[in-house]
Design a protein around this ligand. Structure first.
Ligand code: NAD
Length: 249
C-alpha cells in the first residue's frame, strides 16, 4: 500500500461521481486516513462514512480563508497530523469571453484559485513544523491550451493561475520538505458539466483524443496517489497531464 499510515485532506471530495471522491476511495485503498472537505457539509459527512470508520467529513468553503483554517484545525484535532493535501475543489461555467460578468469572474477565481491559496496557507505551518508534506493541486488542460473544452476563459485563467501559484509554492516550500505538484486533466466524466455537455460536443472532443475515450475519475485519482506517495519523493513543481493524449506538448 502506497499511503500506509498517512493522513490526507482532499477538498471537493463529496460529489458522488467526482474526482475528489474517487481519490478518497483510492487513498483509503492505499492505507490512508482521509478527511473529505466540501462546501456541501452533509454530503462530505456521508462520503466519509461510506469510506469506513476513522475517516471524517468536514464543512469547508475553500473560497473563504477563515473556513479553510477552521476545517484544517478540525482535521488536526481529529488526526493529529496531515501528510497530504489535495487541492481538488473547483467549479466551471461554459461561457464565451464577452459573456463573463464580474460576478462570474470572481466566483470562478475564488473557488479554483483563491481556494488553493487559502487551504494551502492553512496547512503549510503544520507541514513546515514536521518538515514534510505533499500538496497536489488541480489545474486543467484548459489552462494549457486556452480552454475550448468546456469551461470559459475565466476558468482557463483560474486554472493557469493554479500552475503559477503551485510552481512558486514548490520553489519556496521545498527547503521545508514540502512538495507541490499539479495535475492537468482533459475531459473527465463527472457531474461538473451539470448536464450541459451535449452528445455533439462530446463526439467532437473524442475525435481529438488518441486514447479514444473520456477520462474516468479513477484516472486522475491514480496520479494524485502517485504524487501523494513516496514514489514521487523527488518530484516537485511538476505538472502531470492526464488527458488521453488530447494535448501532447
Ligand atoms: P465535481 O463537481 O464532481 O466536484 C467538485 C466538488 O467541489 C463538489 O463536491 C463540490 O461540492 C465541491 N465544491 C464546489 N465549490 C466548493 C467550495 N467553494 N469549497 C469546497 N468545495 C467546493 O467535479 P469534478 O469534475 O470532480 O472536479 C474536481 C476538480 O477537477 C475541479 O477543480 C475541476 O475544475 C477539475 N477538473 C475537472 C475536469 C473534468 O473534466 N471533470 C477536468 C479538469 C479539471
Amino acid at each position: 500500500m502506497l499511503l500506509r499510515d498517512k493522513t490526507a485532506v482532499i477538498s471537493g471530495a463529496a460529489s458522488k461521481r467526482g474526482i475528489g471522491r474517487a481519490t478518497a476511495q483510492r487513498f483509503v485503498a492505499e492505507g490512508a486516513r482521509v478527511a473529505i472537505l466540501d462546501i456541501d457539509a452533509a454530503a462530505a459527512r456521508e462520503a466519509a462514512a461510506e469510506l469506513g470508520a476513522g475517516h471524517i467529513g468536514v464543512s469547508c468553503n475553500v473560497a473563504d480563508k477563515a473556513s479553510c483554517q477552521a476545517a484544517i484545525d478540525e482535521v488536526l484535532a481529529a488526526f493529529g497530523q496531515i501528510d497530504i493535501l489535495i487541492n481538488n475543489a473547483g467549479i466551471t461555467q461554459p461561457v464565451k469571453f464577452m459573456e463573463i460578468s464580474p460576478a462570474d469572474w470572481d466566483r470562478i477565481q475564488a473557488v479554483n484559485l483563491d481556494g488553493v491559496l487559502f487551504l494551502s496557507q492553512a496547512v503549510v505551518p503544520h507541514m513546515r513544523s514536521r518538515k514534510a508534506g505533499s500538496i497536489a493541486c488541480m489545474s486543467s488542460v484548459s489552462a494549457q491550451r486556452g480552454g475550448g473544452i468546456f469551461g470559459g476563459p475565466h476558468y482557463s485563467a483560474a486554472k493557469a493561475g493554479v500552475l503559477g501559484l503551485a510552481k512558486a509554492m514548490a520553489r519556496e516550500l521545498g527547503p521545508d520538505g514540502i512538495r507541490v505538484n499539479c495535475v492537468t486533466p482533459g475531459l473527465i466524466a463527472t457531474d461538473i458539466t451539470g448536464g450541459k455537455l451535449t452528445d455533439e460536443l462530446k463526439a467532437k472532443i473524442l475525435e481529438g483524443i488518441p486514447l479514444g475515450r473520456l477520462g474516468a475519475a479513477e484516472d486522475v485519482a491514480g496520479i494524485y496517489a502517485f504524487l501523494a506517495s513516496d514514489l514521487s519523493a523527488y518530484v516537485t513543481g511538476a505538472v502531470i497531464d492526464v488527458n488521453g493524449g488530447m494535448l501532447i506538448h
